[in-house]
Design a protein around this ligand. Structure first.
Ligand code: ADP
Length: 484
């Protein structure tokens, strides 16, 4: 952490309504590239989460009365502060999360693009007037902030996942209390420090860092002052949190697990497909919820494509993310590496084969990037979200077959399709049961495009012109007695 220039970004306590809260209880944050202790952060309890929610409730009344223009300007100031500190924020991110520094910078810029997007969208919360059923009536629709938003965010994008939820909520006139992952709290605290510097009023944004995920989760899903809960994480935890929200009938946004198919048709531009697969599969060491989990390749090009993939993977460097030449960093912790090892071993026992492995450093939480062949859609490696640098190649013979295979999963977040046939693009995109389809493109997400899933991948959309709706209530006014 000595290399961080702006020391004000290094925070070791929760940020609750404008105050940095320190306590004796400690939570250790480790660098996954070395296994060494990186920082010790105060471990907040549920009482701090309750204070944060109560303060957010009081602050929301005032925040909602600020004009959209004022909220927009404050968000733009936050955006500018994030970009001015991009090098330090990226370094903090790499140190606690492991991804290569260039990707960490990409994440900070990506998160900031949502702040800018929602600063602009804040100005465009339009209502409606609707033709009334009789001449003496008028119908007017208002959009109002839902109130206090509770959120829980994951460790794989510790900066951007927090920032894109917070920006949308704040733009809509909501206040926001977030619990970041206990694995990676430093990035969320650093952007909170910048929000304070940018002049975001106390209580509008609070960050509660705690090892007691369950206890804080309980507060953020059941406290009577919470109107809405937004979660990004695993489907298993998401289901529990959704059930907790049911009792208070809270609004929810759930961005959960994925099992993305990456489909390469026989008419695809193979070079483009290969480069799209490399970036989508191995970015963040495969720890993204939109990561291709099953690579379906038309049988007529299967062997050739597998060879090219192997050659390409052989050119990558794996190691600590702070080294400039590194393409793939460590996984988040030992639990992640053992989970993948077990998935691979169980699938090998069912007939899968390893085509290629790139050797990885022995120290730190690394998993060797691997290509597996002879995989079928029923094997554990194809049914479970891998969340690591293992590419599983599955052959297919027809358009209809691959759509059925791709849809044969409980998940429905992202899908990738490579083909040059326009009819096929529409037929297949419409038939794929996923919230997002990337066509001839390896990057599915940007601030202008709605991000979110269907089925067990969740509901709600982040970013885009739809993103604010998740934080707004519709109120209809029915006026009578208009006729003279
Ligand atoms: P992953 O398996 O990728 O770590 P999780 O869903 O376990 O994903 O974690 C995502 C976020 O959910 C983290 O902030 C974590 O602390 C939080 N979390 C995990 N379990 C619970 C729980 N029972 N209640 C509330 N939050 C939880």
């Amino acid at each position: 952490m000595q290399s961080i220039k702006n020391k004000r970004l290094i925070r070791t306590g929760s940020f609750i309504a404008g105050h940095w809260h320190n306590s004796d209880a400690a939570l250790n944050v480790y660098n996954p590239a070395t296994g060494q202790l990186l920082a010790t952060v105060s471990n907040a309890g549920t009482e701090q989460a309750i204070v944060a929610v109560d303060k957010a409730y009081a602050a929301q009344k005032l925040w909602a009365t600020r004009t959209a223009g004022e909220r927009s300007e404050l968000l733009m100031a936050w955006h500018d502060a994030i970009l001015q500190n991009i090098d330090d924020l990226a370094r903090i991110l790499t140190l606690e999360q492991g991804k290569p520094l260039a990707q960490a910078k990409g994440e900070v810029a990506y998160g900031a693009s949502y702040v800018k997007w929602f600063a602009e969208e804040a100005l465009r919360v339009y209502g409606d007037t609707i033709p009334a059923p009789s001449g003496d009536k008028r119908i007017v629709v208002l959009k109002q902030p839902v109130g206090v938003v509770g959120a829980i965010t994951p460790w794989n994008f510790p900066n951007a996942m927090m920032v894109r939820k917070a920006a949308a909520a704040m733009a809509a006139g909501c206040t926001f209390v977030v619990k970041p992952s206990e694995e990676t709290p430093l990035s969320a605290l650093a952007v909170a420090a910048l929000a304070q510097q940018a002049g975001i009023p106390d209580g509008v944004l609070s960050v509660v860092v705690s090892e007691d995920a369950q206890g804080i989760g309980e507060v953020l899903t059941t406290h009577p002052h919470i109107s809405k809960f937004s979660f990004t994480g695993s489907t298993g935890v998401g289901k529990k949190l959704l059930a907790q929200c049911a009792n208070g009938v809270k609004r929810t946004s759930m961005e959960l697990g994925g099992n993305a198919p990456f489909i390469v048709m026989e008419d695809a531009d193979q070079a483009a497909a290969l480069s799209g697969l490399m970036s989508a599969k191995f970015r963040n060491a495969g720890q993204t919820c939109v990561c291709p989990n099953r690579v379906f390749i038309h049988r007529s090009i299967y062997d050739n494509f597998a060879d090219k993939l192997q050659n390409k993977l052989g050119t990558l460097t794996i190691g600590p993310g702070l080294n400039d030449e590194v393409d793939i960093g460590p996984l988040i912790n030992e639990k992640a590496t053992s989970k993948i090892k077990a998935l691979v071993e169980r699938s090998l026992a069912m007939g899968a084969k390893v085509l290629y492995t790139l050797s990885a450093p022995l120290d730190g939480c690394y998993y060797p990037p691997t290509i597996m062949v002879n995989v079928n859609n029923q094997m554990p490696i194809a049914r479970t979200e891998i969340f690591g640098p293992v590419a599983t190649l599955i052959p297919f013979d027809s358009e209809q077959e691959v759509v059925e295979l791709a849809n044969d999963t409980e998940y429905g977040l992202a899908a990738y399709l490579y083909t040059r046939d326009v009819g096929r693009i529409f037929r297949m995109s419409e038939a794929l049961a996923f919230g997002m389809v990337a066509i001839n493109e390896g990057v599915v997400s940007n601030a202008a495009s709605p991000f979110g899933g269907v089925k067990a991948s969740g509901h709600g959309r982040e970013g885009s012109k739809y993103g604010l709706d998740d934080y707004l209530n519709i109120k209809s006014l029915c006026l009578g007695g208009i006729d003279a």
